[in-house]
Design a protein around this ligand. Sequence first.
Ligand SMILES: Cc1cc2nc3c(=O)[nH]c(=O)nc-3n(C[C@H](O)[C@H](O)[C@H](O)COP(=O)(O)O)c2cc1C
Ligand SMILES: CC(C)CC(=O)C(=O)O
Length: 352
Amino acid sequence: MPHLSVDDYAIAARELVDSKVWDFVCGGGGAEITLAANRHIFDTAMIRPRILVDVSICDTSRLLLGDRWPSPIGIAPTAYHTLLHPEGELATAQGANGAPMVVSIFAGQPLEEIAKRATGPLWLQLYWLQRRDVMTSLAKRAHDAGFRALMLTVDAPRIGRRLRDMRNGFAIPPHIQAVNLDETVMAATHQPDGIAKHAALTFDQRVTWADLAWLKSLTDLPLVLKGVLTAEDAALAVEHGVDAIVVSNHGGRQLDGAVPAMRALPEVVAAVDGRCPVLVDGGIRHGRDVFVALASGASAVLIGRPVLWALAAGGASGVGELLSLLNAEFEHTMALAGRPRAEEITRSALYG
Ligand SMILES: Cc1cc2nc3c(=O)[nH]c(=O)nc-3n(C[C@H](O)[C@H](O)[C@H](O)COP(=O)(O)O)c2cc1C
Ligand SMILES: CC(C)CC(=O)C(=O)O
């Protein structure tokens, strides 16, 4: 059966993936209020289509941090792709078909091997570890392997209370390893509730804005801050020299009750006022959602769980097909909305 929607990948993956891993991937924090709210915004957004416009060519490409992306869709950082497919991030990078991929600090494959299989720009995502020597070495390895940016995730000084994982006693199985970190850093991860335990032991909860200068000094790569949800923090991010912002609540996995990323997006875009690109993630499941995010002021979007579903269902080709589907849906929306160029996807494209 061809996969005609992102949901089709979820249905296919659910058949194949262990139920505890499924809950880890699909679950959120607390009562999953924010997880549901992320989706609700897209389901209620309505487009104002223009008519009698030449839409024979719709340009989906975007220039971001010096790279041309085939579409405004990138792959969000998600840990342990080897939980979903034996080749893990190698398959994802190959299947990206030119789309940018953010590699998680908890990737299951070595950065250098992922770089060899990459088809588009790679960014490396970091959590702030107490072991700064480990961060230094990761940043330098990413730079040397040709990664194009570093991303610091700032919404997880500790891990959200993920009730599904707690009820399941979920632990990362011993054969699944965050191979870019040494075993002493990772030891707690394989115990029950290990993700939260490991983060409590290894993440630095004392980090503040003043520390960003140190991270920036490690390489000449642009720094992207992921997990911004307010105008105040967006303004601080720009003041501290951040090169791009991702408006994100971590796919509803961290603070339950946090504002949906799409609702926070307009105030962040206003505060940034064109000084750096603003990306958004959380709940994007259709090319139409990409259009809505761009019309709300985003420069680009990142996709999390659907990539993992496609990886589980079809490896590299599954990921490639998923991204082609989302891009085709986005291009189709541009055409039927009568907005064939990026600059026409503005707030006026949305109702209300
Ligand atoms: C299984 C899983 C693992 C994740 N791991 C990371 C991670 O290692 N680093 C990070 O910054 N965000 C991580 N995230 C959050 C994603 O980058 C992204 O913010 C979120 O998935 C976007 O929402 P979506 O899944 O609804 O598209 C993870 C999300 C999931 C579902
Ligand atoms: C291993 C986890 C800390 C990765 C993560 O960010 C998540 O599960 O949301």
